[in-house]
Ligand binder design. Structure first.
Ligand SMILES: Nc1ncnc2c1ncn2[C@@H]1O[C@H](COP(=O)(O)OP(=O)(O)OP(=O)(O)O)[C@@H](O)[C@H]1O
Ligand SMILES: Nc1nc2c(ncn2[C@@H]2O[C@H](COP(=O)(O)O)[C@@H](O)[C@H]2O)c(=O)[nH]1
Length: 306
């Protein structure tokens, strides 16, 4: 009588299918652990890196991110694109730079979450052309968890600037109205030219939610914030040298020679104000300076001046 036992290829197929089911369950269990914060996403990433063929290593980066509380599909897609990781990638198959970017994202996110109960208002100021806008732009692109306040200004948009992203471009009458209605946390005439101000509502709402906020404003604005919100951290961005500051201002090419000379005179006064600030960061390298600023958004240590 013919035996009804599985033949060797069948045995292989059954074993393979059981192994696939077990692997799927194991991956689901890891995702569940992340979702319920029984294991941190950073721990799971470390395990995946050490053992790329293990359960964690076989997790797709997309599934991994979606398992993290408060990351949905839209946010996940934005993070994947910011981190420059293809949706087909698994945690164990990431290249070194991708791993570093993902680790950086996760650790700054976890710092932001840990600091949620003491959300930081951080002010980034410094002399003209030191790179405040460049560093703030880098933070906007690479640290989506940081809310960058969008100022109102009476100056006209420059080519490439976007309403509501670069600034809220308003006329004098609207700026007057905002000032009178108390809608600005601070405002100032900058470089003796136009008025700039920080809309109060989004900053207060973010802090109330526990989100940290970054203001990239001038020194008069920084002083005003210090007066009205003494808990704010004031960060002064410094150029590596005076000559480099001059090179950056001239190299940017957005001001006339007369305006450049005027801004450099103001820059001397601005540099003299650095002692008023809690922290100083030297902008040698944009990514490095941005990381230092983001770190300061959640540190509880005392100010460390260089
Ligand atoms: N770390 C850096 N290394 C070299 N160049 C830099 C660096 N950071 C910024 N720059 C360049 O310096 C110039 C001035 O930068 P940016 O416009 O961001 O300065 P800013 O402080 O916002 O100036 P302002 O206050 O006048 O608006 C730009 O051309 C920018 O590309
Ligand atoms: N006091 C404030 N200063 C601000 C604000 N937003 C920007 N700024 C500062 O203005 C200058 C010039 O900026 P630019 O975009 O015209 O080159 C720069 O130093 C900014 O830091 C603000 O809301 N309040």
């Amino acid at each position: 009588m013919a035996e009804n036992r599985p033949t060797p290829p069948d045995v292989d197929r059954v074993a393979a299918s059981r192994a696939a089911v077990a692997a799927r369950r194991a991956r689901a269990a890891v995702k569940d652990q992340i979702a319920h914060e029984k294991r941190s996403a950073l721990e799971v990433l470390s395990t995946a890196i050490n053992s790329p063929d293990g359960v964690e290593g076989r997790l797709r980066v997309t599934e991994f991110l979606i398992s993290i509380p408060a990351i949905g599909v839209t946010k996940m897609r934005r993070i994947m694109s910011q981190l420059e990781i293809s949706p087909s990638k698994r945690l164990g198959g990431l290249g070194k730079h991708q791993r570093d970017r993902l680790r950086g994202f996760l650790s700054s996110r976890s710092r932001v979450r840990r600091g949620a109960s003491s959300a930081r208002l951080v002010v980034l100021a410094g002399p003209t052309a030191v790179g405040k806008g460049t560093v703030a732009g880098y933070i906007r692109e690479h640290y989506p968890q940081v809310l960058l306040s969008v100022s109102a200004t009476t100056r006209a948009p420059r080519p490439g600037e976007i309403e509501g992203v670069s600034y809220f471009f308003v006329d004098d009458a609207e700026f007057d109205r905002m000032v009178e209605a108390g809608e600005l946390l601070e405002w100032a005439v900058v470089h003796n030219a136009y008025r700039y101000g920080t809309p109060r509502g989004p900053v207060e709402a973010a802090l109330a939610r526990g989100d940290s906020v970054l203001l990239e404003i001038d020194i008069q604005g920084a002083r005003a914030v210090r007066r009205s919100m003494p808990q704010a951290r004031l960060v002064f961005l410094l150029p590596p040298t005076w000559d480099e500051l001059v090179r950056r201002l001239i190299g940017r090419g957005t001001e006339s020679p007369a305006e450049q000379a005027r801004r450099l005179e103001t820059a001397k006064l601005e540099l003299a104000a650095q002692e008023e600030f809690d922290y100083r960061v030297v902008n040698h390298d944009v990514a490095e300076a941005a990381r230092e600023v983001v770190d300061l958004m959640n540190l509880r240590r005392e100010p460390q001046l260089p």
